[in-house]
Design a protein around this ligand. Structure first.
Ligand code: GDP
Ligand code: GDP
Length: 442
């Protein structure tokens, strides 16, 4: 399921970081498992009453002058409107309405997005006298919270999840493969899209995304339908370079959330950059299909092992996604574009694949015979039963005797065996371990 995105917008010092940390809490450390992903904490997964969502903090570095604050807030509001389903506009409940608040409120009102006005730092039940001034922002009832003291957060979360779009699942059931094309400026994203369209001489209708400015382009190849989600066209002006990077990551996150398969485009002359790693981490965490696309291969001087060496370098840089195929292309020379699009379809199919329970269990039995499960203090790990409980990404539930005994390395061994047996190229696969007696819906 695509997770809804909730973006937090607001002036410096209103409590965005505090709010973010309280909502996300313990989940942050889990997300940080992938190196480089959330170092500067742009986003994290959160959950309320079994409804997962993605929380994005649009605020970046601290601007030091009023006009920079204003321009940064405008940019924050724009990126939030472009990428999020629900926007939280955080204000300082104790300092009254500022002119920057008014300006941002009027931007947010114009788009008709779901915006919740949140007045933070209301630490006591008594509301400040000027609290009602917030009504003049025209964003409905201000919701009073105290992030620091965790007051009012439950009610707010309740409001947030009520605003999420319903019937998302039904819409996803079409057999179109959504491809997010991600990569730094000039890597060749637009060229690739044009090449696909030209080559296939099909529909060139651009649907402006209903809720965002990025352009989604549908096209067909043979029997297969695709939607290309492009983040290329947008170049946001900003005075601050860190802002631009932050916004491009936020944009990538939202494109990835909507896709089935992500093309991570890497420039053959530059190799994997920090930004590429961060985005690869996002795609991995969200369980999307992944293909690493090395473009401009025509510009590389080739010797006997050039491709192999390049491949090794990528694997070293992105060790957490060895499952992602690497394709070396040249958009300019029209090299391997056919292979790439066929692979996208293949990866989408693998991500949606269900393996029969009988075959799965006999594969696991064989695997445990070839390499005994780990033991500790005379107690050995026992695997009673395995089922695939979900697709997109494939999720396997293991019924075992003791979770403590399931070492990371053994889980990885089992993952490799499942991949050898059934494929699953291009998709992460996830495991859950349940001890005997635990219900499925723990
Ligand atoms: P950001 O710049 O919007 O991310 O704001 P921060 O989260 O860094 O918070 C700015 C300051 O406000 C910090 O000193 C926080 O401790 C304080 N703060 C945040 N939330 C609350 C709150 O609910 N009540 C009070 N009294 N202070 C808060
Ligand atoms: P975007 O910013 O990622 O959308 O990149 P563009 O599609 O605008 O391409 C940036 C530049 O790279 C353009 O000048 C393209 O002609 C060039 N380019 C794209 N693909 C290739 C390729 O395969 N080989 C070479 N040599 N140049 C390419």
């Amino acid at each position: 399921m695509n997770k809804p995105i909730v973006a937090v917008v607001g002036r410096p010092n209103v409590g965005k970081s505090t709010f973010f940390n309280k909502i996300v809490g313990r989940r942050v450390s889990i997300v940080e498992d992938t190196p480089g992903v959330t170092r500067d904490r742009i986003y994290a997964e959160a959950e309320w009453r079994d409804t997962p969502f993605i929380l994005i903090d649009t605020g970046g570095i601290e601007p030091d002058s009023d006009d920079i604050i204003l321009s940064q807030m405008r940019a924050q509001a724009e990126i939030a409107m472009e990428t999020a389903q629900v926007i939280l506009f955080l204000v300082d409940g104790r300092s009254g309405v500022t002119s920057a608040d008014r300006e941002v409120a009027s931007m947010l009102r114009r788009k008709g997005k779901d915006v919740i006005l949140v007045a933070n730092k209301i630490d006591t039940p008594k509301l400040p006298d000027d609290f009602y001034d917030f009504y003049e922002l025209g964003l409905g009832d201000p919701i009073a919270i105290s992030a620091a003291n965790m007051l009012g957060l439950g009610d707010l979360l309740e409001m947030i999840i009520e605003k999420f779009p319903q019937n998302e699942d039904a819409m996803e059931e079409d057999d179109r493969t959504n491809i997010a094309i991600i990569g730094k400026p000039n890597v060749g994203k637009s060229s690739l899209i044009n090449a696909f369209l030209g080559e296939n001489r099909v529909i060139v209708s651009n649907i402006a995304g209903t809720t965002r400015d990025s352009i989604d382009t549908p096209f067909t190849h043979g029997e297969d339908s695709f939607l290309l989600i492009d983040t290329a066209g947008i170049r946001r002006k900003s005075k601050v370079i860190q802002d631009i990077e932050r916004y491009s990551v936020i944009r990538a996150i939202s494109a990835i959330e909507r896709c089935d398969v992500c093309f991570l485009m890497i420039d053959a002359q530059e190799g994997v950059t920090e930004q590429d790693k961060k985005i690869a981490g996002v795609a991995h965490e969200s369980g999307k299909g992944m293909i690493i696309v090395v473009n401009k291969w025509d510009l590389v001087e080739k010797e006997t092992n050039t491709m192999r060496d390049f491949e090794r370098e990528i694997r070293e840089e992105l060790p957490f996604m060895t499952y992602a195929p690497i394709v070396f292309i040249s958009v300019l020379k029209n090299q391997r574009l056919e292979k790439l699009i066929n692979m996208a379809k293949m990866v989408a199919d693998k991500r949606a694949m269900r393996v029969p329970t009988g075959q799965l269990n006999s594969l696991i039995v064989d695997a445990t015979m070839m390499q005994s499960p780990p033991s500790d203090k005379g107690k050995r790990l026992k695997i009673y039963y395995v089922t695939q409980v979900a697709v997109k990404p494939p999720l396997f539930s293991f019924k075992i005797n003791d979770r403590e005994l399931m070492h990371f390395s053994y889980a990885r061994y089992l993952e490799n065996k499942i991949r050898e047996g059934f494929g699953f190229e291009g998709t992460s696969i996830k495991f859950v371990f349940r001890e005997k007696g635990e219900s499925v819906n723990e």
